[in-house]
Design a protein around this ligand. Sequence first.
Ligand code: ADP
Ligand code: ZN
Length: 514
Amino acid sequence: LSGPGLERVRQARETLKKVFHYDDFRGQQARVIAAILNGEDVLAILPTGGGKSLCYQIPALMRPGFGLVISPLIALMADQVQALIKKGVRAERLDSSLSMEARYQLWDRAQNGEIDLLYLSPEALTQGFVLDKLSRLPINLVAIDEAHCVSQWGHDFRPEYRALGKLKALFGKVPTLALTATADPHTRADIKKALHIEDAAEVIDSFDRPNLSLRLMRRTGSAQKMILDILRRQKNASGIIYAGSRDGAEKLAGQLSAEGFKADAYHAGLPAKVRDDRLHDFLADRTKVMVATIAFGMGINKPDVRFVIHADPPSSLEAYWQEVGRAGRDGRPASGICLYSSTDLGWSLRRLAMREKETGTDLSVQKKKALDFFRFVHSPDCRRKGVRRYFGEAAGENCGTCDHCLSRAPVVDATEAAQMLMSALYRFNSPRGRKKLIEHVLGQNAQDYGSRLSTFGCAKGQYKADFLTDVLDLCEAEGLIVEELYDGKMPIVALDRERLTDLIRGELHLELKA
Ligand code: ADP
Ligand code: ZN
């Protein structure tokens, strides 16, 4: 930073002390604020709990006019506005509940420089007269929270965010600050394009969350039983369990309640009032465990969530990190436990294919993200390293607390085992059930017609069935095989012959934690 830049940061720090009573900026806050005060557009990727709000609140307070803040969650906005008012900040919220009268008064105050921050939902912007009015008011910055929602590639695309593309044209000279906790390089480029801030400075804070210990566990038997075991060890701590469907969330919440846990379900199918009540029960510790779909969590700031469990795996590493990131915001140790099974990836891919057919949209990026996630699941590397690498950061040291770091199992080459399984599938020349295929290479089921093939028993005495199960899953994540449904229910796996050549030629090396 040069002289004027340093001076501006000094002034920003004064505001931080005076209004928010904090001593200094954290992480990348100062860099973001300096760039905004310098009139630049910024895309800031700061971890959940990293203090994104101050990045726009402070510059908005320091300059004439007011800051326009677009945030997707109405309930959250109300809380933020309340908290700001308590600190003496003139914050306002524009929502549909405002009377005509109140609205006019709000516009007048905005015009007269009597407000500092105006919060708005993306839906409100879709009304033409709101945009028209805003374009004539003294706005000093445009902040877009949860900016990943603007990208179709992000894990949480929201159609109403599209309207935000118009903002740059309307407020050309005003700096735009797009904020999110998770966006891989692909999504970052897409956000900038959609918001027309192609030249925005990217300020990226480390994705590392040293207090989180990560664990991925293969689902063996009933997920419910595994979850109960985990909860019993958590001793009444607050936690979130993510389920893949509304029904699944309801059912699991019911089962946990029946076992004596204070659990509730949360999903978009519930009436707003019920959701609100349940959220408040959770925040106030009346409910300990929230079993939820992805509808729960964006922006929820409960610092002492001690664990996040994925009962069903998330759609991407971005979603995973965002969801796990809701644990341990207070900086104290917290854990993320994700359950997975062999059929999860196939299920995700089929669902995407179905949606593609229904909507006519290309979801290949989402499919790639699903594969990437499962490659992460089966990778033998430190989990924290895997996440950092995915987000384009230098991987750094092993975390020392994840399932891989803690396990003594060695990393072994799985290439040969994969070659055996894939050759067998090739010989069969038709899709097979996973279990049948494994039995075949182990030479178990001599009655099967496959016993006449040369691959029968090729892995016998060399590999164990459990290991081969992992290898098959890894092959699927690597795109060597795809899962199909036989008779609409039994999962079977089919070979992707094109990708097979990479494996046969030895261009693809596979490793697993044994
Ligand atoms: P998020 O990035 O998840 O939106 P918030 O803006 O809600 O995070 O901030 C998370 C918490 O950290 C808030 O309680 C906030 O007051 C606090 N915080 C933010 N910046 C600082 C700072 N520089 N010093 C101390 N506390 C801070
Ligand atoms: Zn680790």
